[in-house]
Design a protein around this ligand. Structure first.
Ligand code: ZN
Length: 307
């Protein structure tokens, strides 16, 4: 089998939907190459964290495709272990970004599993719909299983839909597959249960190598050639970060003029790095003064002169 650092010969950075004509089951396959490498090129992660974050990125793409919304889906692991935070965002513009924070003083073994990295903690799935007042959030407690198992619990809890998830990642690629049983009429439920059992068992034979190195067409044929599996739409995915100098300036303005000026006096400049893309933004004294000049003369006038 090919090494995963050789370029793949199928369409990567995409999500492929599929269905079964002979069963009420839907599926998704995802493969990320450049999209994932944008994350690994921006920050050097220990191998085990990289693998977990890659799996999470593939998972976020799979999950986002199950909810048709305008907005964003965020997968977040918070823990008391060596990894404090892992976060992946997938938007309805089909962009992804991700980062992890960990205790860099600790040695992390290359084959550490998610449970070794995290200990106690939670996996949160947040869905923010544009214009909605409240985001939706589902939370699963970390229980020693990998991300795929936690997501299966999430679907069982939130949608009562049997779902199976397979994930794989290394430093170059992140891939995954999801199968979900669709709600069906009662009189067919026994047949559907049997189909679910048969098709999910076929899917379970998928290997990590196959997820990382084989395109959707070949893989689905290999797994389901005895079933009537049909490819549906493909979505292209890419890395993007929406941070900007303007947004950072906005955050600095929230400090208030006095505190922001005190900070820039003390440190010569304010340096802010975006967690997601590791872009660094610098603001010197003149820049900070400009932020508050832009904030509007009346605001400054009100707070500084009238009181
Ligand atoms: Zn950024």
């Amino acid at each position: 089998m090919k090494k995963s650092n050789e370029p793949v010969s199928f369409q990567s950075n995409s999500l492929q939907r599929f269905i079964f004509d002979n069963a009420a089951i839907r599926g998704e396959w995802v493969h990320l190459q450049e999209t994932w490498q944008e994350v690994t090129s921006r920050r050097q992660y220990p191998i085990a964290i990289q693998r977990a974050l890659g799996e999470m990125m593939a998972a976020a793409a799979l999950l986002a495709a199950t909810v048709k919304i305008d907005g964003r889906l965020v997968l977040q692991i918070k823990s008391e272990g060596v990894v404090d935070l892992m976060m992946v965002e997938c938007t309805s513009e089909d962009t992804l970004r991700a980062f992890a924070q960990w205790d860099e003083d600790q040695t992390i073994s290359n084959d550490a599993e998610l449970a070794d990295l995290t200990g106690e903690g939670t996996l949160a799935i947040t869905i923010e719909v544009d214009g909605a007042a409240q985001p939706y959030q589902g939370i699963v407690r970390l229980d020693g299983r990998a991300i795929s198992g936690l997501l299966e619990t999430y679907f069982q809890q939130s949608e009562q839909l049997s779902t199976r998830v397979w994930l794989a990642a290394d430093d170059k690629v992140a891939g995954g597959m999801l199968l979900q049983q669709l709600p069906s009429a009662d009189d067919t439920s026994e047949i559907e249960a049997e189909s679910w059992s048969r098709i999910s068992q076929l899917a379970s034979t998928v290997s990590q190598d196959e997820l990382r190195m084989i395109g959707a067409g070949t893989l689905l044929h290999r797994l389901f050639h005895e079933e009537e599996c049909r490819l549906l739409s493909t979505t292209e995915l890419e890395f993007a970060c929406n941070c900007s100098r303007e947004r950072v300036a906005n955050t600095i303005s929230l400090l208030g003029q006095q505190d922001a000026m005190a900070l820039v006096e003390e440190q010569e400049q304010i340096e802010v790095a975006c967690e997601f893309c590791n872009e660094h933004y610098y603001f010197d004294k003149a820049d900070v003064a400009l932020i508050f000049a832009h904030a509007g003369a009346s605001t400054i006038f009100d707070s500084d002169t009238l009181h």
